[in-house]
Design a protein around this ligand. Structure first.
Ligand code: PCP
Length: 395
C-alpha cells in the first residue's frame, strides 16, 4: 500500500487543487473569458493574534509556478511581515494560474506558520540553543519542509537526517529514553554512546528516566567527566513540579562537584513561553510539537484588479499594492502600487519591499541558501526585540 501522499509532479501539474478551481477554469474557457488580473496573498483574518510573521515557502512557490505564464512579486523568503501587508502579488491571465491557488497557499501557509513559531521561540531563547525535535509529530513526507522552515525561522539545528541533508547541516540529537532503558541506566547508556558514536558528536545524557534529575546528572557527569557536553531534562508532566527549581538544583549540584562545563538542556512539550521563563537558567531547548505543528498562517489569494481596473470582494482593498519602508524611521506602509510616494512623512526616503520573483513564468533572482535566509531572519528578530524594548514616546 503506497503512502497517502502525492509527488512533486502531481503538485506541479495542478492535481492538488480544489475542484471548484478546475471547474471555474472550465466555465471561463467555455465562455471565452481570458481576462488578465492581479491577485494578492494577504492574511485572511486581519486581526492576527500576533504582531509579526515570517514569510516562508517562497522557494517551493517558485518551483510550483516555474513555467506558468505569470509575473510574481514577493517579499523575499524570511521577511518579517505584518497583518494587512500583501506578501505576494501575482499577475497573469486568471485561467492560467487559477488551479494553482490551493497548492500555492498550502506551500506558504504551513511553511510560514512553522517559521513564525520558530522565530517566536528563538526570540524567547536569545543566544541559547534551540533545536527542532518535532518531526515525529507530523507526516514524514513533509519533515524536511517543516525542519527547513524551523531552521530559517531561527532554530540552530534540526533532528531528522533527511531534513539536515536538505539544508546542508549536520543533524542534531541527544539520546532517547529507549537507550537508557535498553542498557539499564543513564551511566551505561552515556558510556556506551561515548564508546560507539563519532567523537565529533556532542555527548548529552538524558537524565530523567529512572530517578531524580540531579542524581542522574551526577552519575553521567562522574562517568564522562570533561566529555559530557550536556544533560537533557525531559521531565514527564507527572513529575514536573517546579521545573525552574529542578534546573537550579541540577546546576548547583553539577557546579559543586566541578562540572561547570556541563550544559543543561530542556525538552518535552516546550513552548515559547516556557523558553522565555527558563532561558536564564537553561542552556538550550529541544522543541517539537510547538514548532512542527505550528498554527498555519491563514493567507488568502484575492483578485484586486481585472484588466487594469481595481476590483475586490467585500473585506479586501482593491488595486495592486506595494509595501514601502522608510530608510530613516523604518515605518512600513501599504500603498497603491500606482502611487508610490517619494518620501515618508518623516522626510526619509522610502523603498518598495516587494521584489520580482517570476517574470512571464521564468524564475528571476537566485534562491538563497537556508543559512543566509536564517541569518536575515535573526537580524530582523533583533530589530523587533529592540523595538519591543524601546518605550514608545508619549506612553
Ligand atoms: C521526544 C523528545 C522530546 C520531545 C519528543 C519533543 O519525546 O524526547 O521530549 O517533542 P515535544 O516538544 O512535542 O514534546 P519522547 O518521544 O517522548 O521521548 P524520547 O526522547 O524517549 O524519544
Amino acid at each position: 500500500m503506497p503512502f497517502h501522499i502525492v509527488d512533486g509532479k502531481a503538485i506541479k501539474t495542478g492535481k492538488v487543487t480544489d475542484v471548484y478551481f478546475s471547474r471555474t477554469v472550465e466555465v471561463l474557457q467555455a465562455k471565452g473569458v481570458h481576462k488578465r488580473c492581479v491577485a494578492e496573498v494577504t492574511l485572511k483574518n486581519r486581526k492576527a493574534d500576533w504582531d509579526f510573521g515570517i514569510l516562508a515557502g517562497v522557494e517551493e512557490m517558485v518551483e510550483l509556478l516555474d513555467g506558468v505564464p505569470v509575473d510574481v512579486k514577493v517579499l523575499p523568503e524570511g521577511s518579517v511581515f505584518h497583518p494587512l501587508e500583501p506578501v505576494a502579488v501575482i499577475e497573469g491571465v486568471y485561467t492560467d494560474f487559477a488551479i494553482y491557488e490551493t497548492a500555492l497557499l498550502g506551500l506558504l501557509c504551513q511553511a510560514s506558520g512553522v517559521a513564525t513559531e520558530a522565530a517566536r521561540c528563538k526570540l524567547a531563547a536569545g543566544d541559547k540553543l534551540l533545536i527542532s525535535f518535532g518531526a515525529r509529530r507530523m507526516h514524514p513526507a513533509i519533515a524536511p519542509m517543516i525542519e527547513r522552515n524551523a531552521f530559517i525561522g531561527g532554530c540552530d539545528g534540526v533532528a531528522v537526517v533527511a531534513s539536515a541533508e536538505l539544508i546542508h547541516e549536520e543533524p542534531v540529537g541527544t539520546i532517547p529514553h529507549a537507550l537508557v532503558l535498553m542498557l539499564d541506566g543513564v551511566t551505561e547508556a552515556t558510556l556506551a554512546f561515548h564508546e560507539v558514536i563519532d567523537p565529533s558528536v556532542h555527548r548529552v545524557a538524558l537524565v530523567d528516566t529512572f530517578c531524580d534529575e540531579k542524581i542522574e546528572s551526577l552519575r553521567a557527569a562522574e562517568a564522562l567527566g570533561e566529555s559530557l557536553w550536556a544533560v537533557r531534562l525531559d521531565t514527564p508532566g507527572s513529575r514536573r513540579g517546579n521545573l525552574r527549581q529542578i534546573i537550579e538544583e541540577v546546576r548547583w549540584e553539577l557546579d559543586l562537584r566541578g562540572f561547570q562545563h556541563v550544559k543543561i538542556f530542556l525538552s518535552g512539550g516546550i513552548s515559547a513561553e516556557d523558553i522565555a521563563a527558563h532561558a536564564d537558567v537553561a542552556d538550550g531547548f529541544g522543541v517539537g510539537t510547538t514548532i512542527s505543528s505550528a498554527k498555519v498562517i491563514d493567507f488568502a489569494l484575492d483578485i484586486v484588479e481585472i484588466e487594469g481596473q481595481p476590483i475586490a470582494k467585500r473585506g479586501k482593498w482593491a488595486g495592486r499594492k506595494d509595501i514601502i519602508r522608510c530608510a530613516s524611521c523604518g515605518t512600513r506602509t501599504v500603498v497603491p502600487a500606482s502611487r508610490l510616494p517619494e518620501h515618508c512623512p518623516c522626510g526619509g526616503p522610502v523603498e518598495p519591499l516587494l521584489v520580482d520573483l517570476i517574470e512571464d513564468g521564468r524564475p528571476v533572482g537566485a534562491s538563497k541558501p537556508p543559512q543566509a535566509i536564517r541569518k536575515r531572519v535573526l537580524s530582523q528578530l533583533e530589530e523587533l526585540r529592540k523595538k519591543r524594548e524601546t518605550p514608545r514616546a508619549g506612553r
